[in-house]
Design a protein around this ligand. Structure first.
Ligand code: GCV
Length: 691
C-alpha cells in the first residue's frame, strides 16, 4: 500500500512538472513493460471455438497493455443463439487461483466495457470486487450539433471533429491524424459506455443524405464500429423535395414513402448497422409533417416503417413551440399528449429535460410523467449553451440527478446528450467540461450513481490526484476541489438566475445577461421580458391555475404544490409565480432581498472556486493549472457581471434598495446595456464584460 501511495505521489510530482494539454481526457493508463496475462475463452454454442471480433481484440489489447493486476480470463459464448442477444453488460468473478474471470452477458462489447471497468478501478485506486454490470438504458447517445461546413451549433470547443469546412469528412493531408482522432473519440466513449452518436446537427441540411455525404458517414461508422458505437443521422424532413426532386414531402404520399424507402435501403447497404434518424420537425423553422397537414405521428411513423425492416429507429424530438402561444412551457405537452399511444414501436419521442430549453434550472418536462403509451427518451445538453459556455466550471451531474429525482429512469428508453466536443486539443474547451462528457456516459450506464462518486472517479483519473495519504480527509485540498465541482451548478444558478428566473440571456449567442433584450421585430418568446415579466408588482411567469395553467400538466400532488406560492419550492418560485417583491421568503427576507443575496452568494462562490484552484498549483501540471485558472478568473468576473446587470435592471422595477449586508454592484447599468459580444452561436467568447 505504502509503495502504491509513494508511486502515486511521485507520479503527481512528475505530472506537475510536465506540460499537459488535456488531450488524454480521463484515459491516462500507465503502460506495462510486458503484456499483462490475459486469456480468451470464446466458443460457439458450446461446440467449437471462434475467432475474436475486432471489439474483443480491442478489449484484449487494452488489458494487455494497461492492466497491472491479477491474470484475467475473458469469456463469451459467441454462438448465434447468444451472440447479439442479451445486454451490453458483463460479470466479473474471482477464480479459485486468484485470477479474474470477465464474462460478457451476450454481446462482444460487454468484454470491452468490462476491460474499461477494470482499468477505471485501477486508475482511480478502487478495489476489484465480483460484480454484475448492465446498463440502465440500451441506447446511450451523443447528439452532435455539427454542420457540414465544420461549425458546431452551440459548440464552444472549436470546430467539428467529423466534418471539415468543405463538408468533407477528411482530406488527404489529415487522413491518418484524423482517423486517430476519431478512434480516440470512440475509445473515450466506449470507456464510459456510450454506444451511439448522431453525427450532424438537428437543424439538418438535406445534403446529409446525399450519396456523397453518406459515403463519409460510412467511413466514420467503420471507425466507430469496433468500439460498439453505431452512427445515426439527423434528417431534414423536406429532403424528398430538397434533394429528391419531388414536389412534396407529405409523409402519406406514396412517392415520398418510396423515396425514403430507397434512401434507407441505400444507407443500409453502406452501413448495415446504421442506428436510425433523429428528427427536429416543425420547430424553429425546420420543416415537418404539419407543413402538409399531417401530425408528428404521421411523420414519425412513416420513417419508422421504412427503418423497421433494418431494425433502425426514429428519435422524434418534442422540442416544439410557436410564437403565438401565451406560454412556451405548455406547448410540447399540448402538441404531443393528444398523440400519446399513436407512435410506432420503433419511434422514441426525445424530450429535453425541461419544458423550455436547457436552462440552469427548470422543472422537469411534464410530458415525462403525462405520456403513458409512448416510448420516451431524455435529451440533456452537455454543451453549456446556457451555463457559461466553455468559460465556466459547471459540473452538470447534479442537474441531471435532479431530473432523475422526478422522472424514473425505468420510464425511459434511452438517454441522449448534446455533445460538448470539438477539435480543440482538450476536446471540450475547458478541462473541467470533460467531466460533463464523462458524467453523461456514466449516468447513461447507471443513473443511480451519485454525482460525488462520478466526480471523484473523474478527478482521480483525469488529474491523477492522490497527493497525500489521506486525500479525502476533511478539509483537504482534494475534498475542497470535489466540493467545487459539486457546488458549481447551484453557484451558476445563483449568479445567473436564482429563485426560478429563466431565459434572461443575451440574444443570439446566449452568453451573459441581457434581461432587457427585446428588439423590435424579434418574436416575443425569444426575448427575456417574455419570461421574467418584471413590473412594479414583482417578477416571474404566472403559470398557476390563474395564469397559464402550466401547473396542470404535472401530476396532481405536484400541481398543488407548484400552484401555491407558499408551498412552491423557492428555487422554482419565479418559474411558476409572478412573485411580489415583498413576498416573505423562508429566510424571513423579502423576495427582493433574497434575490439580491442569492446573486451575491453566487459571486462569492465563483470567487471561492478560484481560491481553491489556486491552492491546487503544486498538484497539477503547469499547463492545465494555468488554463483552468484563466477560465475561473473569467467565471468570477462574469458572475459579478451577471449580479450587477440583473440586480440593477430589476431594481428599475422593484424600486427597492440593495441590502446593506452584501457587496453592492460595481458596474453601471447603462454601460452594461450597451455592451455586447460580437460572436455567433458557433464559438466560445474569449471573455465576458470588460469595462
Ligand atoms: C439546434 C435552442 C438552441 C438552438 C438549438 C435548439 C434545438 O433553441 O438555441 O441552437 O438548435 O435549441 O434544440 O433544436
Amino acid at each position: 500500500m505504502k509503495k502504491l501511495i509513494l508511486s502515486l505521489f511521485i507520479m503527481c510530482l512528475a505530472l506537475a512538472a510536465s506540460a499537459e494539454d488535456g488531450h488524454q481526457l480521463w484515459l491516462r493508463y500507465q503502460p506495462n513493460p510486458e503484456p499483462a496475462k490475459v486469456q480468451l475463452s470464446l466458443w460457439y454454442d458450446g461446440c467449437g471455438t471462434v475467432a475474436p471480433s475486432p471489439t474483443i481484440e480491442l478489449a484484449m489489447k487494452e488489458l494487455q497493455q494497461y492492466w497491472h493486476g491479477a491474470p484475467i480470463t475473458m469469456e463469451a459464448d459467441c454462438g448465434p443463439m447468444h451472440w447479439k442477444k442479451g445486454d451490453d453488460g458483463f460479470t466479473i468473478e474471482r477464480k479459485a487461483d486468484g485470477g479474474l474471470l470477465l464474462k460478457a452477458h451476450g454481446r462482444d462489447i460487454g468484454l470491452l466495457y468490462g476491460a474499461y471497468y477494470l482499468l477505471r478501478l485501477q486508475q482511480s485506486g478502487q478495489p476489484v470486487n465480483p460484480c454484475e454490470e448492465r446498463p440502465a438504458f440500451s441506447l446511450r447517445l451523443l447528439n452532435h450539433w455539427d454542420n457540414p461546413n465544420g461549425t458546431v451549433e452551440r459548440g464552444f470547443a472549436g470546430r467539428s471533429i467529423f466534418w471539415n469546412e468543405k463538408g468533407e469528412m477528411r482530406n488527404e493531408k489529415w487522413d491518418a491524424a484524423h482517423e486517430e482522432l476519431i478512434r480516440t473519440y470512440a475509445r473515450a466513449n466506449a470507456s464510459i459506455g456510450i454506444n451511439g452518436t448522431v453525427l450532424n446537427n438537428v437543424n439538418a441540411k438535406p445534403a446529409a443524405l446525399s450519396t456523397e455525404s453518406l459515403q463519409k458517414t460510412k467511413e466514420i461508422a467503420d471507425l466507430l464500429r469496433p468500439y460498439g458505437i453505431r452512427v445515426y443521422l439527423s434528417i431534414n424532413f423536406a429532403s424528398p423535395i430538397k434533394i429528391g426532386g419531388l414536389t412534396t414531402a407529405d409523409p402519406l404520399n406514396a412517392d415520398v414513402v418510396r423515396w425514403w424507402k430507397d434512401k434507407v435501403n441505400e444507407i443500409y447497404k453502406m452501413i448495415p448497422d446504421f442506428g436510425g434518424f433523429l428528427v427536429k420537425a416543425n420547430s424553429e423553422g425546420e420543416p415537418g409533417p404539419q407543413d402538409f397537414g399531417r401530425t408528428h405521428a404521421d411523420g414519425a411513423n412513416m420513417l419508422g416503417k421504412v427503418l423497421k425492416p433494418h431494425k433502425g429507429i426514429v428519435m422524434w424530438r418534442a422540442f416544439v413551440y410557436n410564437p403565438q402561444s401565451s406560454d412556451r412551457a405548455n406547448q410540447a405537452y399540448e402538441e404531443f399528449m393528444p398523440l400519446d399511444g399513436q407512435f410506432a414501436d420503433n419511434v422514441i419521442i426525445q424530450i429535453k429535460n425541461g419544458p423550455i430549453d436547457f436552462q440552469p434550472r427548470e422543472p422537469y418536462s411534464p410530458l415525462f410523467t403525462a405520456m403513458q403509451k409512448t416510448p420516451m427518451m431524455v435529451e440533456f445538453q452537455i454543451t453549456q449553451e446556457y451555463l457559461g459556455a466553455a468559460n465556466h466550471l459547471v459540473y452538470l451531474a447534479p442537474m441531471w440527478k435532479e431530473f432523475f429525482s422526478f422522472v424514473k429512469p425505468a420510464s425511459l428508453k434511452a438517454m441522449a446528450g448534446v455533445a460538448n466536443i470539438g477539435d480543440d486539443t482538450n476536446w471540450c474547451g475547458h478541462h473541467f467540461a470533460q467531466s460533463n462528457w464523462y458524467a453523461f456516459g456514466r449516468l447513461a450506464w447507471n443513473p443511480s450513481l451519485t454525482s460525488e462518486a462520478i466526480a471523484d472517479e473523474w478527478l482521480r483519473q483525469t488529474f491523477s490526484l492522490t497527493p497525500d495519504p489521506s486525500p479525502k480527509g476533511e478539509g483537504s485540498i482534494y475534498s475542497q476541489l470535489l466540493s467545487v465541482m459539486l457546488d458549481s451548478r447551484e453557484a451558476c444558478v445563483n449568479y445567473m438566475m436564482p429563485l426560478g428566473i429563466h431565459h434572461i440571456f443575451a440574444g443570439g449567442h446566449h452568453y451573459g445577461p441581457e434581461p432587457w433584450y427585446a428588439p423590435q421585430g424579434v418574436r416575443a418568446d425569444w426575448t427575456p421580458p417574455y419570461y421574467h415579466k418584471a413590473d412594479g408588482i414583482g417578477l416571474g411567469f404566472d403559470r398557476t391555475l390563474n395564469g397559464s395553467a402550466n401547473v396542470k400538466q404535472y401530476p396532481e400532488a405536484l400541481c398543488r404544490e407548484y400552484n401555491d406560492i407558499n408551498t412552491c419550492p423557492e428555487n422554482l418560485l419565479a418559474w411558476f409565480h409572478h412573485v411580489p417583491w415583498d413576498h416573505k421568503m423562508k429566510s424571513g427576507r423579502t423576495f427582493w432581498d433574497e434575490l439580491c443575496h442569492k446573486y451575491d452568494e453566487g459571486v462569492r462562490e465563483a470567487r471561492h472556486f478560484l481560491t481553491v484552484w489556486d491552492a491546487m498549483q503544486p498538484y497539477v501540471d503547469g499547463q492545465r493549472f494555468d488554463e483552468v485558472q484563466r477560465k475561473l478568473r473569467i467565471q468570477a468576473r462574469d458572475a459579478e457581471w451577471w449580479r450587477d446587470a440583473c440586480l440593477l435592471y430589476f431594481q428599475t422595477f422593484s424600486h427597492r434598495p440593495i441590502p446593506q449586508d452584501m457587496e453592492h454592484p460595481v458596474h453601471n447599468l447603462d454601460e452594461m446595456m450597451k455592451f455586447n459580444i460580437p460572436i455567433g452561436m458557433y464559438e466560445n467568447p474569449t471573455r465576458g464584460y470588460t469595462q
